[in-house]
Design a protein around this ligand. Structure first.
Ligand SMILES: Nc1ncnc2c1ncn2[C@@H]1O[C@H](COP(=O)(O)OP(=O)(O)OP(=O)(O)O)[C@@H](O)[C@H]1O
Ligand SMILES: [Mg+2]
Length: 278
């Protein structure tokens, strides 16, 4: 994105001179307070919104003259509210619709539908209306209906919101699988614990601007930036700071929950050993 601006018809200047470069195969998070412009930004990526000023390139091509239909084959966006993108009578039809216009024959479409229903654990609901699914299930269907089209760029708006631990695990496995296929993945989220654990790069937005862009471990440990974005520091950092305050020597490279658990358990084991020896 090069100097992208977007102004809604009511005058809200939602994107202010956004310049952002994302390489093929990258996995990044876009974070920031409510109303920062995150959803607006991702809506410009497949032409649902067109910049008031500035240029967007997808795979090196200026997208300003490309249709939403063309762009959505390359950029799959899974929106915040899955109900806004599900409209078929049954779950099977939802996937059938998604798989249209991709040049697949009838048999291939059937095989694909079955594979994705199975993979997303939705087979038992195939004849059910998307309206009659739980929040988490409808989110999964929304993801399935985009991923089955195999777009090279995947964009998720708030994927972990309202998901239980098992679904978040399913989601992260899915992302890791897509990353092995060299897909580019963008996740919009308020979930700092998710980002610090899994996402290597973080872009922070506030009031329509990018206020930080860098390795997640740097961005999410910066108190001033976090405050500006109404985010709470990841628990690992909070603990790290507390431990430092009381004189502990914590290695700098600890920034994941699992790192901290390993560090603390070997530290405590050593204390126990010393105690037992005395
Ligand atoms: N359809 C619209 N018409 C007018 N203004 C809008 C519209 N949609 C969003 N806005 C405004 O644009 C700004 C950016 O909104 P956007 O939805 O992009 O924020 P966001 O970062 O996704 O927030 P959240 O974290 O709450 O989802 C906000 O001030 C919002 O009120
Ligand atoms: Mg949003």
């Amino acid at each position: 994105m090069k100097n992208v601006n977007f102004i809604y018809p009511n005058g809200t200047h939602a994107l202010k001179n956004i310049s952002l470069n994302v390489d093929k195969g990258e996995f990044l998070a876009i974070m920031g307070q409510n109303g920062a412009g995150k959803t607006t930004l991702i809506r410009t990526l497949n032409g649902l919104l067109r910049p008031s000023k500035g240029v967007i390139y997808i795979e090196g091509e200026d997208i300003s003259l490309k249709t939403v239909a063309t762009l959505s084959k390359r950029v799959g966006i899974i929106f915040q509210n899955p109900m806004h993108q599900l409209f078929s009578n049954t779950i099977e039809d939802e996937l059938k619709f998604s798989l249209k216009n991709l040049g697949l024959n009838k048999e291939e479409i059937t095989v694909n539908i079955n594979t994705f229903l199975e993979k997303f654990n939705l087979s038992k609901y195939r004849d059910r209306s998307p309206l009659n699914l739980s929040g988490g299930e409808s989110k999964k269907l929304a993801i399935a209906s985009i991923i089955c089209r195999d777009p090279r760029i995947l964009v998720f708006d708030e994927p972990t919101l309202g998901q239980d631990a098992k679904e978040i695990k399913f989601f992260i496995d899915l992302i890791n699988h897509e990353l092995t296929k060299n897909k580019t993945i963008v996740v919009v989220t308020h979930n700092v614990e998710f980002t610090i654990e899994y996402v290597p790069r973080t872009v922070l937005m506030a009031q329509g601007k990018i206020i930080a862009d860098g390795p997640t471990k740097d961005v999410l440990s910066n108190e001033i930036l976090l405050k500006e974005s109404s985010l709470i520091m990841p628990q690992v950092y909070q603990l790290k700071n507390e431990l430092k305050n009381i004189g502990f020597d914590i290695p700098e490279e600890i920034y994941r929950e699992s790192d901290m658990i390993n560090f603390l358990s070997s530290y405590l084991k050593q204390i126990k050993l010393d105690e037992d020896n005395n």
